[in-house]
Design a protein around this ligand. Structure first.
Ligand SMILES: Nc1ncnc2c1ncn2[C@@H]1O[C@H](COP(=O)(O)OP(=O)(O)OP(=O)(O)O)[C@@H](O)[C@H]1O
Ligand SMILES: [Mg+2]
Length: 212
């Protein structure tokens, strides 16, 4: 059973949006997928409640209550949605459960500074020091050809942690969330630019580079 955790202590950077879209990708691949929501805000579980029955099935677990105890046997992939302000003991606990961590970062000075501190804390978690978990950074809500996106790209390229891709700022993410879908389930004519941006992220997740 593989555990992929979407994590950044900075609030609002797109963790839940990315977690739901990751769950959809693996479900469409035919995997048994569980979305484990560690945030009592329940963004992922709310999304699951609106998911149409005709779509590829994804199970939900209220992990903010019971951790991963509710994850059924035979699950292939657990996508963990972490809460904001995750530090110290709580952070160590989530890292302990993960083989892969994806950290979204927004193109904003506040978010880059906060992420710098978060990455510094993450690097001191024992499991990360022992290289038993792979971490990737993901730019989210980017607008091409803006100065701040260039700054973010420079910042992510200079980071010790691999920079694996970027997602644009698009209403498709809002639309998909509202309907219990992922952008991969929106019509191609609407979502092809988003599909293309998921490709490098998925190829990293499917490669050994993201697995210890
Ligand atoms: N790529 C995107 N394009 C457009 N809107 C986005 C994108 N990613 C996230 N959003 C929007 O940004 C807001 C924050 O996203 P989300 O709730 O996924 O972040 P979060 O990191 O889970 O927040 P929290 O820290 O509160 O859990 C939401 O309104 C969401 O719809
Ligand atoms: Mg969230």
């Amino acid at each position: 059973m593989r555990h992929i955790t979407v994590l950044n202590s900075k609030g609002g950077c797109g963790k839940s949006t990315i977690a739901t879209n990751l769950a959809v990708y693996f479900a469409l691949e035919g995997a048994q997928v569980v979305l484990a929501d560690f945030d009592p805000q329940r963004s992922c579980l709310d999304w699951l409640e609106t998911r149409p029955a005709s779509c590829a099935p994804i199970a939900g677990v209220a992990a903010y209550n019971d951790g991963l105890r509710g994850v059924p046997r035979g699950t292939d992939i657990v996508i963990i949605d972490a809460p904001a302000r995750c530090h110290g003991r709580e952070l160590t606990d989530l890292v302990r459960r993960s083989e892969t961590i994806l950290a979204p970062v927004l193109p904003s000075t506040i978010d880059m500074k906060a992420t710098g501190k978060f990455i510094a804390e993450l690097m001191h978690v024992g499991k990360v020091e022992r290289k038993q978990v792979k971490i990737g950074l993901l730019a989210n809500r980017v607008r091409e050809h803006t100065l701040i996106f260039e700054e973010l790209s420079d910042y992510l390229r200079r980071s010790k942690v691999p920079y694996i891709g970027s997602l644009r700022d698009a209403q498709n993410y809002v639309r998909a969330y509202t309907r219990g879908l992922g952008v991969l389930e929106l019509p191609e004519y609407l979502a092809w630019p988003d599909w293309a941006q998921w490709e490098p992220i998925i190829s990293w997740l499917e490669s050994k580079r993201s697995q210890p």
